[in-house]
Design a protein around this ligand. Structure first.
Ligand code: A5P
Length: 228
């Protein structure tokens, strides 16, 4: 099989999984490669259970024979393997939510002992927000008001649509894709977004100490925040 950087990153992260673990199951094309590899290990006898970050990852887990569980049964996940839309190389701050699953992804990441992010090199950026807008999940009622409030703090908030109309998340909400131009995407901005009424969660994953498995053309590099 030809070398695939995304698959290489996913396989390296899956190597960290041990018998008996509770796993957070990420969303996206890289995370699903990890699910496929986990499924293979489960068929060979690995005992794990997974908490999915989206209905899509739940469906993939079922397809690959990975037993599912929930936070009703387990307070935390031992390890979560998830993708990213952008990873800032110095800080390892991350943008997620390109697939619309940011709320459950953040809940699962925050309740995980280790958060392994899998990505290829195209996701690495020098400055967060260079390529992607920040996805902001909002309550559908009055979303226009929420969008106006986000614009007041500097965002160009655009409702994410699909063919049939606004994209509806697994939680029944909408997504506003927000670009903040020259504003620094830091804690202070994240707090301002959090304070907007109607906002459920945003796709800035800041200071969360991820271990980032980056698939390259020749192998996998693991990035960790200094001072962890
Ligand atoms: C889902 O909402 C996202 O956060 C994904 O994890 C992210 O978009 C990465 O997806 P890919 O691995 O498909 O690029």
């Amino acid at each position: 099989m030809a070398h695939d950087p995304k698959r290489a990153a996913a396989l390296a992260a899956v190597d960290q999984v041990q018998d008996g673990m509770i796993l957070g199951l990420g969303t996206g094309s890289t995370a699903v490669l990890a699910l496929e590899a986990l499924g293979e290990r489960v068929r060979k006898g690995l005992k794990i259970a997974g908490i999915p970050t989206s209905e899509r990852s739940a469906a993939s887990a079922r397809e690959y024979g990975i037993p599912l569980t929930s936070f009703a049964e387990h307070a935390r996940a031992d390890v979560t393997i998830d993708g990213a839309d952008e990873v800032e190389t110095g800080s390892l701050n991350i943008i997620k939510g390109g697939g619309g699953a940011l709320l459950r992804e953040k809940i699962v990441a925050c309740a995980s002992t280790r958060w392994l992010v899998v990505a290829d090199e195209s996701k690495l950026v020098g400055v967060l927000g260079s390529k992607w807008a920040i996805p902001v999940e909002v309550v559908p009622f009055g979303w226009e008001v929420t969008a106006r409030s986000l614009r007041e703090i500097g965002a160009s908030a655009v409702l994410r649509n699909e063919a049939a109309g606004p994209l509806i998340t697994d939680n029944g909400n909408y997504i506003l894709d927000c670009r903040f131009g020259p504003l620094k995407l830091d804690r202070s901005l994240a707090s301002k977004i959090d304070a907007v009424v109607g906002v459920v969660e945003h796709g800035l994953f800041l200071e969360m100490a991820p271990e980032v498995y980056v698939g390259t053309s020749t192998g996998v590099t693991v990035l960790e925040r200094s001072g962890r």
